[in-house]
Design a protein around this ligand. Sequence first.
Ligand SMILES: [Zn+2]
Length: 65
Amino acid sequence: MAEQNPVLLLSGDKWHIVEDSRRSETTLCGQRIQERRAHTRLSNVGLERICRQCARLRAASVGPI
Ligand SMILES: [Zn+2]
């Protein structure tokens, strides 16, 4: 079952969805994580403020929140 409130990682100036804040090497949208500036949960940031690609991929797999 998909995580209802996934972890977001700040990479560059964008929040991306990741499977795991420490172990993931790529974001949901396939970008390689180069810096881990911060992490939080989706509910703290909001779907409209994250990487659009990640948001779209998530919506395709679990539907809008
Ligand atoms: Zn992304």
